[in-house]
Design a protein around this ligand. Structure first.
Ligand SMILES: [Zn+2]
Length: 345
């Protein structure tokens, strides 16, 4: 582990964990206090320097979209598809410049996938992209009216069209090639470097500040459960661990956090568990969480910040930037490091 990481943990131990230990009975135990040898089996994943951008090839103005509900593949015009993605992925109440940033990111993502998987994505071999969160959510106007009511289209469809039409054909490039513009709902304050989440070092997906997201509904969430429920969930995922109400405070240890404070690795009775696996087990909004045990009340509290993987553009951060006067280009250049925005066809 990098020296700076150890330093960060020492600082963390002094500034955050110690007061928590005093106030409540237990928090993650910092690495310095762990038994030696506990994490010896863990092999750090290799960071791949794999190139993920794609060269612009043939013009993409139509694309095949796999509908994960009907299991059918539909062909649509790119610009029509982008409208359905913007409306599905971002609240239409958002600022127009945030919606435009979303339109450019959604279009770039679709073109990227189409050029990267022209014969179909391995997970849906008939099409390079699907209509679910596996790729990016898409809803038809009919589906949007079913969800939001018939007056929604009257009120907002014009705004969605404006966001897409006014940025027609624009895409995001790094070093002359189309990027994979990942985005998420709420960063919680800082976006995450792609290497921390996907073990991929990508020059355009670096950690950047994303302030003023407090309005986001999932900026901060608290999940509370009994210690028994907590142990039950851990044991259903890792049946071999020996944890109980009596020893839980010694058996769960924080091994590593990312530089933005997201949980990378935790040791549970000597088994190394990824932060994102704990996120799945407890259905947390993100890997930016703190677990606190209150033995007197027999409760575990998990406080989570942000929503999503944290990589690339934060949608709530984008809306906040737009409110403060940034245009869509400034928003995209803030969240995607070193990129340029230009026409794709
Ligand atoms: Zn998909």
């Amino acid at each position: 582990m990098k020296k700076i990481g150890i330093y960060a943990l020492v600082v963390l131990a002094i500034t955050i964990i110690l007061p928590t230990v005093i106030v409540k009975a237990f928090n993650f135990v910092p690495r310095e206090e762990q038994e030696i040898g506990v994490v010896e089996e863990y092999v750090e994943p290799k960071i791949q320097e794999k190139k993920t951008t794609v060269k612009l090839g043939k013009k993409v103005d139509k694309l095949k979209v796999y509908n994960s509900h009907t299991k059918k593949t539909e062909e649509m015009y790119l610009e029509d598809y982008v409208k359905g993605v913007v409306a599905a992925e971002m609240p239409a109440e958002f600022q127009i410049e945030a919606l435009k940033a979303q339109a450019v990111a959604a279009r770039t993502y679709a073109v990227y996938r189409s050029l990267k998987y022209p014969e179909g994505h391995p997970d849906h071999p008939k099409a390079p992209i699907c209509n679910g969160v596996h790729c990016q959510a898409y809803l038809s106007l009919e589906e949007l009216e079913d969800i939001h009511g018939s007056s929604w289209a009257e009120k907002y469809w014009g705004k969605i069209e404006e966001a897409v039409d006014s940025t027609k054909d624009l895409g995001i490039f790094y070093d002359g090639e189309i990027i994979e513009p990942l985005y998420h709902s709420t960063s919680g304050g800082w976006t995450e470097d792609a290497r921390e989440v996907f073990a991929l070092s990508l020059p355009y997906l670096k950690s950047v500040p994303s302030p003023n997201e407090e309005e986001a509904p999932r900026f901060k969430s608290i999940t509370t459960m009994t210690i028994d429920d907590f142990i039950g969930k851990i044991k259903s995922a890792y049946p071999k661990v020996n944890i109980s109400e009596e020893n839980i405070h010694e058996k769960i240890k924080l091994i590593d956090k990312t530089m933005t404070g997201r949980v990378k690795k935790v040791s549970i009775d000597g088994i190394v568990v990824e932060g994102r696996d704990l996120r799945d087990i407890f259905e947390l909004n993100s890997t930016s969480f703190v677990i606190t045990l209150d033995k007197e009340l027999n409760l575990i509290e998990i406080e989570t910040h942000g929503y999503g993987h944290g990589v690339g553009m934060s949608q709530w951060g984008a809306n906040s930037m737009a409110k403060n006067g940034s245009n869509y280009e400034e928003i995209l250049k803030h969240y995607y490091t070193g990129v340029e925005i230009r026409g794709m066809n």
